[in-house]
Design a protein around this ligand. Structure first.
Ligand SMILES: Nc1ncnc2c1ncn2[C@@H]1O[C@H](COP(=O)(O)OP(=O)(O)O[C@H]2O[C@H](CO)[C@@H](O)[C@H](O)[C@H]2O)[C@@H](O)[C@H]1O
Length: 487
């Protein structure tokens, strides 16, 4: 199958949050399964620092009365072809923000559609669109039945420009339904997915539907919930170059060196016995920062814990966290920056990872933390339900601590319980081992996406490509026959 991912972010080139992880990783796994998957994203001004981009474009087009150029290269370190949408509006060294955000991404979506319609050398059968930035693509593609569209919701809270604004900026066809980009996208796309089974159900309720719950229930017949994975090769404590000491579930003793190194790096008291809590996050309402602010001071005063936060986002939260850190010198460190290396050192060095999210479509950081033996404390919502099992001391099961209600007292109690469990090292270690042995690789999710692609193309689910069989560990018949490719 020929699939073009269209998105605003893709690791390792451009990433603000988890969507970039998905768009950068999933295509590699789908290609391993024999599918021709490529990525289309903006040519941001900072990209030329990160990879060599040919000077000659492979295609020139126009959209919204603007000329643009498309350059072809590869996602670094992979065989995934990458098309870069070049126009001066993307020259600034930023991904989001700025007053022109609505315009520049609607233009990007229009450019991607033009490319899919008119580029002669490669024709996608499916456009896999990610979040509102690409939301108009399914609308425009409605009149092009030979190209199917899949729209994946990574974050329903950001719904893109309203219809009146779209009307001002570009052409909204008469058949466009919905009052903003997100609403239009889910109605027009052939299939819609979100990034965990629990979140797929939750967005059909008023508590999580962001005012689109009615619409989500209405389209539930074409709504899939597919859990994200983690790039287990990039994020591997056994080989990670960014941490001080490599380790695995069998050599957990070596993990202690990472804790000391992190304490030293961030100016915390170097003491192995301290309960070290970490958080790597966008500092936005979604992530439960307001809940944390209500209890952190009390918890720090009540215990001997240490706390590390790495994140950027709303200035209000940034300054609140700074002020809090100033009250606990040597015990709390707040790093307002984006730094992948430090994020890994936090996963490898902290004892627990906090994720008290108000809502969480999937959440990748808790999976990364578990992979590095860091026990998650999470609110039971969205993908956190699907990935974190509450500890069960009687049966020695579970690998995290969960609370249900979005209430400071519930979060506080959960943290105190975790802190108490931490006093039992043998028990704690077993829990770390269970967390580290979980399989969060992309293979399983990639199989689900393949099922979805086959459904949208009307292909049989049972006929597998030889590469798919190999990925599933099934015997490959001789001679190999390729039965599913519609290309
Ligand atoms: N300051 C910082 N420095 C370094 N790295 C940082 C960082 N802040 C965040 N990150 C990284 O960004 C990613 C965050 O991913 P998440 O999935 O946890 O959340 P996000 O809300 O961005 O994603 C949205 O999309 C994803 C993908 O579908 C869903 O899992 C999620 O629920 C949804 O909210 C992780 O790779 C993390 O390490």
């Amino acid at each position: 199958m020929k699939i073009l991912f269209v998105a605003a972010e893709a690791v390792p080139l451009a990433k603000v949050g988890g969507m970039g992880d998905v768009v950068g990783a999933l295509p590699q796994f789908l290609r391993k399964m024999g599918h021709d998957v490529r990525v289309f994203m903006p040519y941001y001004g900072f990209l030329s620092d990160k990879l060599d981009i040919p000077e000659e474009p492979v295609w020139l087009g126009s959209a919204m009365f603007q000329e643009f150029a498309v350059y072809e290269t590869f996602l670094p370190g992979t065989d995934v072809p990458l098309y870069l949408f070049g126009h001066p509006v993307f020259d600034p060294r930023r991904i989001y923000y700025g007053e022109d955000e609505d315009w520049r991404f609607t233009f990007f979506a229009n450019g991607a559609s033009e490319f899919a319609w008119n580029y002669e050398d490669w024709k996608p059968e499916i456009l896999h669109c990610h979040d509102w930035h690409t939301g108009m693509i399914p609308v425009w593609m409605q009149e092009t039945p030979e190209i199917k569209t899949i729209f994946t919701i990574h974050n329903l809270a950001y719904q893109g420009p309203w219809r009146w604004r779209l009307d001002q900026m570009t052409w909204c066809p008469w058949y466009m339904q919905g009052h903003n980009t997100m609403a239009a996208a889910v109605q027009s796309a052939d299939l819609v997915s979100t990034v965990s089974p629990t979140y797929a159900k939750q967005i059909q309720t008023s508590a999580y539907g962001e005012n689109l719950d009615g619409l989500m229930s209405f389209i539930s017949g074409k709504l899939w919930g597919i859990l994200n994975g983690v790039d287990v090769e990039r994020y591997n404590p056994e080989t990670d170059r960014y941490i001080v000491e490599n380790f695995n579930a069998e050599t957990l003793d070596q993990r202690a060196a990472n804790k000391s190194a992190l304490q030293e790096e961030l100016g915390l008291e170097m003491n192995e016995g301290r309960f070290l809590m970490g958080m790597v996050t966008r500092l936005v309402e979604q992530k439960g920062i307001d809940l944390l602010l209500q209890i952190l001071d009390r918890f720090m005063a009540y215990t001997d814990a240490q706390f590390v936060l790495l994140g950027t986002g709303d200035h209000y939260y940034e300054s609140q966290m700074w002020h809090m850190a100033a009250r606990y010198p040597g015990r709390m460190s707040v790093q307002i920056l984006h730094n992948d290396g430090l994020a890994r050192r936090i996963y490898a060095g902290c004892d627990v990872f906090l994720m008290p999210s108000r809502f969480e479509p999937c959440g990748i950081t808790q999976m990364m933390a578990m992979r590095y033996g860091c026990i998650p404390i999470v609110r039971r919502t969205g993908g956190l339900v699907d990935t974190v099992k509450h500890h069960d001391p009687l049966n020695q099961d579970g690998w995290g601590y969960c609370f249900d209600r979005y209430e400071p007292l519930d979060f506080f109690t959960c943290m105190v319980r975790t802190w108490e469990s931490f006093r039992y090292p043998q028990y704690w270690r077993e829990m770390q081992k269970r967390a580290m042995s979980l399989d969060f690789s992309w293979d399983k999710s990639a199989q689900e996406y393949v099922r979805m692609y086959k459904q949208v193309l009307g292909l049989s689910q049972t006929d597998l490509l030889p590469e798919e069989k190999r990925a599933l560990g099934l015997p490959v018949d001789e001679p190999e026959t390729s039965t599913v490719s519609a290309s």
